[in-house]
Design a binder for this molecule. Structure first.
Ligand code: GN1
Ligand code: MG
Length: 364
């Protein structure tokens, strides 16, 4: 394996001599490695992109390349350090943005940004503030992006499409699990109307499509050693979508006091302190460009995205676990229960969340 990985790594325009290629983290979708080089030359991140999910890797890499070029220009104009504040794609020796290996697998590389800290949860409102600021700034920098990005994940955050997939999954009942899931299916069905009415504001154009990140979990942000936000990473899902999805998905991850797949549901509650920290940080950057409909709906979007995640995890369980990597048999069901508990916690606290958002907007 090491030889094969080294061989793949050597396809890229890496500076220095490759010493090792080691697995890094445990993403649900791609396989990630770090390419270490000898001496003082930089290290790199190497990823095998999941071609079942990303069916058009060349377009995905083209999106990433255009978005990072735009971000880099913004960082340089602001006098920042473009090698640390934005992801840098490493092309192959022949100048391609990806390498297609003999097995038909797609690989891509980027520079490893050293001396950074990544978190799996937001322990303090200050950290949440920094994360919010990071995504707000990312969206602000991209708010004047020209041209259109390839829609590499059609319907990704489209609630109408998700319900269509959902209806098909229930009907097909591929894994024979539907009969045992009456309670969980009702969790989804009882919210269908409400979620579709929120989605209608996107379909009408009141909530606009912009260039957004679409996977704003805290571990997709790198912080520096002072705890300040440095760089937004994992740009695979950069798409035209709504800013509210980014904000909501971040709240789903940051405010959860338990794990995304916690078996101890008593730990899974959404923290209002973290909510407030994230919202303040986000609006300190995004307050400048969000329109009225976006502002009015911020407080609902944590619920919207957490609901979407309940639906997606449960649908994958119903389909027989074909999308997300699972570590044990009913992992997707455990994820569904944990995300549902989080959704309930957000629903209960909606009035307080709305007050916090309104106060932050007044203070801008
Ligand atoms: C997937 O693998 P990761 O963490 O980058 C998923 C997100 C989900 C998330 C759930 C392309 O992201 O949409 O919210 O898992 N990405 C894709 O943790 O489906
Ligand atoms: Mg991702």
């Amino acid at each position: 394996m090491q030889t094969k990985l080294k061989d793949i790594a050597s396809q890229f325009a890496v500076n220095g001599t490759i010493s090792t290629v080691e697995q890094l983290g445990e993403g649900f979708i791609n396989d990630t490695y770090v390419i270490r080089t000898e001496g003082q030359t930089p290290n790199y991140i190497l990823q095998r992109k999941n071609k079942q999910i990303f069916t058009d890797v060349p377009s995905m890499m083209d999106n990433i390349s255009r978005v990072t070029a735009h971000l880099r220009a913004k960082v340089i104009a602001a006098g920042g350090d473009a090698t640390r504040e934005v992801m840098t794609v490493t092309p192959t020796m022949s100048g391609e943005l990806y390498h297609l290996d003999a097995d038909g697998e797609y690989w891509a590389a980027c520079e490893f940004i050293s001396d950074t800290v990544a978190y799996s949860s937001a322990a303090t409102p200050e950290l949440a503030f920094q994360g919010g600021k990071g995504i707000g700034k990312f969206q602000a920098q991209l708010s004047d992006f020209q041209g259109t990005l390839a829609d590499i994940l059609p319907g990704f955050h489209n609630m109408r499409f998700r319900f269509e997939q959902w209806d098909e999954s229930i009907k097909a009942d591929k894994a024979g699990r539907v009969a045992s899931l009456a309670t969980e299916i009702e969790w989804v069905e009882s919210r269908r109307e409400k979620m579709m009415s929120l989605w209608a504001k996107v379909e009408s154009g009141a909530i606009p499509q912009r260039v957004t990140h679409n996977d704003t979990k805290i571990n997709n942000i790198l912080f520096d050693n002072n705890g300040d936000v440095l760089c937004v990473i994992d740009l695979d899902t950069v798409l035209s979508a709504t800013c509210l999805h980014d904000y909501g998905d971040a709240l789903r991850s940051y405010t959860n006091m338990g794990e995304e797949d916690d078996k101890d549901l008593s730990k899974v509650v959404s923290s209002l302190e973290i909510f407030e920290g994230y919202t303040k940080g986000y609006l300190s950057e995004a307050g400048a460009f969000l329109n009225q409909a976006e502002r009015e709906n911020l407080a609902s979007w944590g619920m919207f995205i957490t609901f979407e995640q309940v639906l997606r995890f449960l649908m994958d369980y119903i389909n027989g676990d074909t999308y997300y990597k699972v570590k044990y048999d009913n992992h997707n069901l455990v994820r569904t229960h944990a995300q549902y508990k989080l959704l309930q916690s957000m629903e209960e606290q909606y009035p307080q969340m709305k007050k916090i958002v309104d106060k932050c907007l007044e203070n801008l």
